[in-house]
Every structure is written in C-alpha cells, then in structure tokens.
Design a protein around this ligand. Structure first.
Ligand SMILES: [Zn+2]
Ligand SMILES: [Zn+2]
Length: 686
C-alpha cells in the first residue's frame, strides 16, 4: 500500500530511477494511476506518469518532494495500458518511464491543465460524426471467407487465442478484417488495425472509411504533424474514435473500448522498432489481446515462421484463404535460367533482361497490359570502379561502397548519407575511364527506355519519391494506365492493387539466397510472393499473368516452393533448417551491440560484459558467442561490434538479461571509449 498522499511516478530518466523503479512524490489529494504529472527531479522539472503500483524501494517520507502539477482534465490512462508498457519495458529491457513517455504524443507535455481542458472541450464539440450515406452493398463472400468470418464471430467472449489468417494475395483478407471489425463496432467496441508502412495506410483507410461511413476513423503514424497526432490520439483515448489505423507505434494507442486488434502483413519487418525500445508491435499486439481479453487477428500471405509454427502447434487458430476471390488464378511462376544464356560477345555487359523476358514485356505493351520489374537496389550502380588501378568508390566514413546516382551525378553513401559529385577521373590514378559496376533501379529504368523506346516507363523507389506527393502521383498514373513498365524496389512489391499488371519480374533476386542472415530467405520468399501477388489481380487477366525470376540458381528449393505457390512447403523446409541449427523459433536470441571509435574498444567492452554474464546465476543455460563486426561494421566513422546471446529457453534468457544489463550500465562508465551500447531482444537480423 502507498502512504496516504504519496504516489509512485515513472519518469524517463533511468540514471535516476534505475531500470524499473518508480519514484515517490507527495500528491494531495492523490491523483489516480495513469495521470500525467510534472515532477521535480534534481534541479529539473520532468514529465511523469502516476503508476499503478510501486516498484523498487519506497523513499523516506521526510525527503519527498511534491508533484508540481497534474492534468486532471485528461482521463487517466488505463491499467491495461500500463500493463502493456510494463511488459514492453521488461521484455525489451528498457525503463518503464522511457517506454511510457516515448509512446505518448509529444504535444501532450506542452499543454497545461487549463489548455488541455479547453482543447478537450473543442474536440468534443467539433468532433461531429461524418454524415451517414447509404450503407454500401456488401460483397459476396467466398466459401473460405465465409468460414473464416463465421469462426471469428463464434469466438466466446474473453477468448484470447490469436488467429492467423493465412491467405494468398488477392484472397480477400481485408474483407475478413472488415466483417470482424463490423461485429466489434456493433458491440460498441473500438477496433485497432496495424499496418506495416505509412504508404499502405491511405488505401486501407479508404476501404475502412467507405465501409464504415458514419463511424469516426483516425490514423496514427509518424508522418502526421504533432498537432494531428495529438488530436487523433485524444479521439482514441476519449473513445470518440471507433477505428484506429496505424503503424507500429499505434499498438500503444489508448483505447478504452478496444474490442479487436488486426495486424495486417504480420510478417513484415517494419513492425519491429529499430531504436530505443526495440519492440515488435506484432508481438505486443498479441500480448495486449491476452491482457485485455480480446481477439487478435494476424493476417498474411507469408506468415512469419514464428506465427506459422504457433498455428501448426495449435497455439494460434489457423484460418486459411487458399484461393483468390472471383476465381482469379495466381500467376504462373517461370524461372529464367541465366546460366543457359549465351554470353554477350567481346565481354560486353549483359543486358538487364533476358531476351525471352524482353519479348514477354513487348507482348504486354502490345496488348495494353502493364509490367512490373522489381530490383531491390536503388541508385544507378552500387559501385564505381577504375579498371586501371582498381580504385572503387568506397565511403571514407563507412565500410561500404558509395552508390552512383546518375540523375544528379553523385556518389552517395546509403549508410551515413555522405555525398559528393562524381569525380571526372579516378581519384587515385587519373584514369578518365571509371565505370559503374552492377545495376540499380536507375540504370534498369534507363536500359528499359533504351530497349523499349516507345514504352512509357516509370520508377518508384526511395529516390524517385522523395518529393511530397511524388509517390502518390506515380501510383495514380500506374492505376490510370499511363505507364507500361514500372521499375522499382520493394516499395512496389507491397500491397498495391495494380489491376492492369499481368507480368511481374524479379530482375536479380539471387543475392539473398546466400546471405549470412538466417532470415534472409524468409524475407526474400515473402517479398517475391508479394511481388507475384501484384500480377493478375483482375480476374479477366489472371489466366495469362506471369511472374518471371531471372536466376543463376533455378533449382533452388526456395524457387521451387515459389513456383508451386506453396508457402507451407517453404516454411516446413526453413523450420527444419532452423531446428537443426538451433535458431529461432527453436531458441531465443538477443544481440548486445557496442559502438566506439575503434573496434578494439567496442570489442573490449563486450568481452568484459561476457565475463560478467558468466558469473551470473543461470548463465549455464545461456550461450554467449564471441563479439563480431556486423556486415557493415563502420558507419559514419563509428565502429560497431555485436555479440549474440542465445538460449533454448526464453525465460532463462530474460532472467539473465534482467540481472546483466544493470551491470553493463556500470561497466560502461569504466569504458569511456564506448559511445553507445544497446540490447536488441528478438533481433530481426544478426
Ligand atoms: Zn584508377
Ligand atoms: Zn558512409
């Protein structure tokens, strides 16, 4: 029990609070848990949250200072929300205060109670519901869709087994989301829909808005202005918004009437936060569903192997949509064996596209259909090379090549951003004949324009869509049929519903087959399946839709599974390999990273950290690997070294991390050369 008039508060200051302790403050009358407050800390005044329980030792009463101000006009955050934050902090090894305050809209802290009261008044008055038009006619469900919808509707209240909706691209997963959402709304509940990327929110938002005219829908993602983000967050928190659609940070939206969480494209790596608390929004959504006793619906054509295995073992309910709706066929997958092509005479560079693929594209153009060429490398060429002396366009600050961008004649580092004009001659020997090696999207676009001079070609990648509105403009012209050939990176592979595309080609996907990262194959398969899914979405054209793979390894098992559209076969094969190698989901991983000006300094910190870990109870159940540099070890003149920590038991790993990390805070002060260190629990790449 707390002393009367004393409240536990979390603040974002781990150096004062320890990792997971609350601080006591006088507050009379005491504000309820979940209240925003401003408290003195040392000489500063910092924002905090009254917590629902005291963690760590309580302070002596005479030393206590008083809460400076509160925000009683704003309803406090609920106990389930605090439990979610607490779980996130402990699982991903951050402080509760850091997590709690970082997931709230920053604008909240800029208002005092009177300003907040006025704002809430305005919000309640102005937030008139959109006018209700005629209810849209509902599309007829396929048998599989109907079965999935019925199964979800039949769940008893409080059932918290997550459901995995595994449906091929074009099978109508969104319609299942919409029907489930409609049910929750009818019961007076709110619905949270998580999507991996901001780019994909507008089209999903449009579908939800159309279906649920008369309901208030808000979005939550990092592209909102601070004022928009606050407004949307408040509408959700007050229960005035019925639907919240957002990216990973929306998993923390405060929603008092929440009744359903949908995670679309649940396998997508974007759900993992890559800095601060490195949480997985997908995993937190599952936890949130369990705590709040509500259904969680995960959807994907290519589920993460973790989720897929849970479904196999019965921990998740498995719902299948194996067919495209409207009788659309999945595109036929064709392997183009590049080893069988004759070499161009005289050592000339091979053309971007094999002749057969080039002809297939020409046929599409003649028929007025669209083709989509996918190459996961932006820029013109990944490196410039001097044939006379062997110079390559390395980045002076990173262990990486600088990419040649022809449009603005720059050499640009994609890791640190360092950019220079392309030198006219080799900086080392003066040779004028420096040449681009390899191919990025910019060069592919140029080559397509040369080989198909009458074709209307467009490119979509991070470079071509940097200007505001550029992406939308390009997508619009693709949809309007003004483009014959669309070239792009993975930005074009995901989600977009291109009705006129009947040919998708992966120009050079092989590299990921042999990458050192154990998840590379899983990511490649998902990306290719998604890219293939862009073709033949119009049932009338489905029969002649094709996906082409240009490969030097046409008999690789990954491609065989792709050809058969057999995700389950691919997943079984991958899981066998992972089991044999003791990799997730058959083990739990954490990655300890250190950064310093020298690799020696970073490595020394990690080696000493390993010695500390070895002395901790339970360390016999956890394996620490020797520190190694990651694939790109130096970025912006900082050396990075990482150490893999592995255990067959998630609990054993968590226990060790909880004991170990506080020691590392102290160890860091003895290693002044270490600039930063961090732990990544369940890392996506190693
Ligand atoms: Zn040279
Ligand atoms: Zn660089």
């Amino acid at each position: 029990m707390n002393e009367p008039g004393v409240v536990p508060v979390v603040v974002d200051a781990p150096q004062h609070a320890g990792l997971n302790a609350t601080l006591d403050y006088l507050c009379d009358p005491p504000l309820p848990p979940g209240s925003l407050v401003q408290v003195p800390l040392g000489r500063r005044s910092v924002p905090g949250l009254v917590w629902h329980r005291r963690l760590g030792p309580s302070a002596d009463l005479p030393q206590l200072r008083a809460v400076q101000s509160g925000m009683p006009s704003l309803a406090p955050l609920g106990p389930a929300w605090m439990q979610l934050v607490e779980f996130c902090a402990s699982y991903y090894q951050r402080s509760i205060g850091e997590v709690a305050l970082s997931v709230l809209p920053p604008e909240l802290r800029k208002l005092d109670n009177a300003q907040m009261a006025r704002r809430l008044e305005r919000l309640k008055n102005s937030a008139a519901l959109p006018a209700v038009g005629e209810a849209p006619a509902l599309p007829r469900l396929s048998d599989e869709q109907a079965t999935a919808v019925e199964q979800l509707a039949a769940l008893p209240a409080g059932d918290t087994q997550p459901s995995l909706l595994q449906g091929v691209t074009g099978s109508g997963k969104t319609e299942v989301y919409l029907r489930s959402a409609a049910r929750a709304l009818q019961h007076g509940r709110q619905v949270l829909v998580l999507v991996p990327e901001i780019n994909l929110t507008p089209q999903l938002e449009a579908r939800f808005a159309e279906r649920f005219a008369g309901r208030r829908l808000v979005s939550l993602h990092s592209a909102l202005t601070p004022a928009q983000r606050l407004r949307h967050w408040l509408l959700a928190h007050l229960g005035l918004a019925d639907l919240v659609l957002g990216t990973r940070l929306a998993v923390f939206a405060s929603m008092p009437r929440l009744g359903l969480i949908v995670v679309d494209e649940e396998h997508d790596p974007s759900f993992k936060q890559q800095e601060g608390a490195r949480y997985s929004a997908r995993d937190l959504a599952v936890y949130r569903g369990r705590v709040e006793g509500l259904p969680v619906l995960l959807g994907s054509a290519t589920p993460s192997l973790e989720s897929w295995q849970h479904a196999q073992q019965g921990r998740y309910r498995r719902l299948l949509l194996p067919q495209r709706i409207g009788g659309g066929a999945l595109p036929a997958v064709r392997m183009l064996d590049m080893t069988a092509l004759p070499r161009p005479p005289g050592g000339a560079a091979p053309s971007a596209l094999a002749p057969a693929l080039q002809q297939a594209i020409e046929q599409r153009i003649a028929r007025g259909e669209q083709s989509l060429l996918f190459l996961n490398r932006r820029g013109y060429a990944p490196v410039l090379f001097c044939g006379a002396c062997g110079w390559k366009s390395g980045c002076p600050h990173c262990s990486a090549w600088r990419v040649f961008h022809k449009a603005d004649r720059t050499l640009r580092c994609h890791h640190c951003g360092f950019s220079e004009r392309v030198p006219r001659a080799c900086p080392d020997c003066g040779n004028l004949d420096i040449a681009p090696i390899g191919r990025g999207t910019e060069k592919l676009e140029e080559q397509i324009m040369q080989s198909l001079p009458t074709a209307r070609v467009a490119r979509i990648d991070a470079d071509s869509t940097r200007a505001k509105g550029a992406l939308q403009a390009r997508l619009t012209s693709v949809h309007a049929g003004e483009i014959d050939v669309l070239v792009g990176t993975q930005m074009i592979a995901k989600g977009h519903d291109f009705r006129g595309v009947t040919l998708v080609a992966a120009v050079n996907p092989d590299a990921a087959l042999f990458a050192s990262d154990f998840r590379a194959a899983e990511r490649l398969f998902a990306l290719l399946m998604q890219a293939a899914g862009r073709a033949g979405r119009d049932a009338g054209q489905a029969a002649r839709s094709e996906m082409w793979i240009q490969t030097w390894h046409p008999r690789h098992p990954l491609y065989a599974a792709l050809k058969a559209h057999d995700f389950d076969a691919f997943a079984r094969g991958q899981l066998q390999e992972r089991r044999a190698a003791g990799l997730p989901p058959f083990s739990s991983l954490a990655l300890l990273r250190a950064e310093a000006r020298s690799a020696e300094a970073a490595g020394a910190f990690l080696r000493e950290a390993a010695q500390l870990a070895a002395q901790l109870p339970g360390s016999d159940r956890v394996r620490l690997y020797p520190p190694v540099p990651p694939p790109v070890s130096r970025v912006a003149n900082v050396e990075r070294v990482q150490m893999l920590v592995e255990s067959g038991s998630r609990v054993a790993l968590q226990r060790l991390l909880a004991l170990w990390l506080p020691q590392l805070q102290a160890l860091r002060s003895a290693h002044k050369a270490v600039l930063r260190w961090a732990v990544d629990v369940d890392p996506l790449a190693i």
